[in-house]
Structure formats: structure tokens, C-alpha cells
Design a protein around this ligand. Structure first.
Ligand SMILES: [Zn+2]
Length: 192
């Protein structure tokens, strides 16, 4: 009889926060600050700093804001729980997360980010937040973190760096955020 491997996994970490009907962050879970510190998060992501701020202060890119707005509308109007898969990488880490958006009362929504898996990798300098940047711009998918290398081609950042010859540049390009077609379709499917 096959054993269920999932039972042997260590408990997966989940980070929880809540927004009110105006998308203002009104509550964060106890482990929020530990997570920020473990990831050398920017000062503006500290627990004290995020309370009272709009969720949208932390979401880059017009398309992505639109996506969150659409998803939150569905969660509130249908009183339905939705799930999104996304990546939240650090330069030396791939982090796979599952975001659950659950409606509460009065238009409040609880967002639960669960880390499904992390993978170490050689540090991707392009992702360091403290680097001076050139005027060039590349587009990264906010959900899966792939980079647009051609209009119809999105690749993992390591491949994109090679494809776009980013390693030859004196200063790394700026990163703008959007959505790749795969994630866009996945989103539409989830919203139904
Ligand atoms: Zn994507």
C-alpha cells in the first residue's frame, strides 16, 4: 500500500493579513514580521508600516492592480473563496506560493499566503532591490516571475538573462510588472 507522501511534509508556513472594504490593510498575522525579517524585506513591508496602507501600495503594475481589483470584486460579490498560485522570489530563492482570498463580513477579505515550496539558486543579481538601473525596461510577470523576451515568449529569469544578453549590460534594466498570457488565462479560469 502506497504511503501518502504529503503527510510527511513539514508544516507549510502561511502568512495571513486582512483588508477592509476599501482595500486598506487592517490586520496582519503574528508571523508577518518574522517573515519580513527573514527575507530582508524593505522597511515599508514591516508589520507596523503596512497597517493602514492600501493593498495597492504593494502591488506593482497596472495590469496586476486590475487583476487584484477583479479578483477581490469576485470574492466580495459572490462571497466566494478564490485561489491564485504565484511566485515571490528573492535573488537566491524561488518561492512558490498559493494565495487564498476569503471573504469576511462587511467587505473585509482575508488573504492567506501559503509557501508551497522553496528552491535555492545561484543569486540572480537582477533581482537585488538596491542596484542602480539603466533606462532599459524589461517586463516580468507578477504571478510566475517569468520575463518577456519576445512578444509571445516568456521565460524563467535565468534563461531571459541569457536571451536578452542582460549580463553584458553595464547596469541592469528596470523591471516593470505585468501578466504573462498563461497566468492571465489561469486567472480568468479561476474567476469563472
Ligand atoms: Zn505568468
Amino acid at each position: 500500500m502506497g504511503e501518502d507522501q504529503t503527510l510527511q511534509k513539514p508544516e507549510q508556513e502561511t502568512y495571513v493579513y486582512r483588508i477592509n472594504a476599501d482595500d486598506v490593510i487592517v490586520w496582519v498575522g503574528d508571523n508577518w514580521q518574522a517573515f519580513v525579517e527573514a527575507n530582508k524585506g524593505a522597511a515599508n513591508t514591516a508589520a507596523k508600516a503596512v497597517l493602514g496602507k492600501s493593498l495597492y501600495d504593494y502591488i506593482c503594475g497596472l495590469e496586476v492592480r486590475h487583476l487584484y481589483a477583479t479578483v477581490l470584486k469576485v470574492v466580495r460579490e459572490r462571497n466566494q473563496v478564490l485561489h491564485l498560485l504565484f511566485r515571490c522570489d528573492a535573488p537566491e530563492l524561488r518561492r512558490y506560493l498559493r494565495l487564498e482570498l476569503a471573504p469576511l463580513t462587511n467587505g473585509h477579505v482575508e488573504l492567506r499566503s501559503q509557501i508551497l515550496k522553496t528552491e535555492s539558486r545561484e543569486s540572480v543579481e537582477l533581482l537585488r532591490p538596491d542596484l542602480p538601473r539603466s533606462d532599459e525596461i524589461i517586463t516580468m510577470c507578477s504571478m510566475c516571475k517569468k520575463v518577456e523576451t519576445d512578444p509571445d515568449d516568456w521565460q524563467e529569469i535565468e534563461s531571459a538573462i541569457n536571451r536578452l544578453h542582460l549580463f553584458e549590460m553595464e547596469a541592469p534594466p528596470q523591471i516593470s510588472h505585468g501578466l504573462c498570457p498563461v497566468c492571465y488565462q489561469a486567472m480568468l479560469a479561476e474567476i469563472g
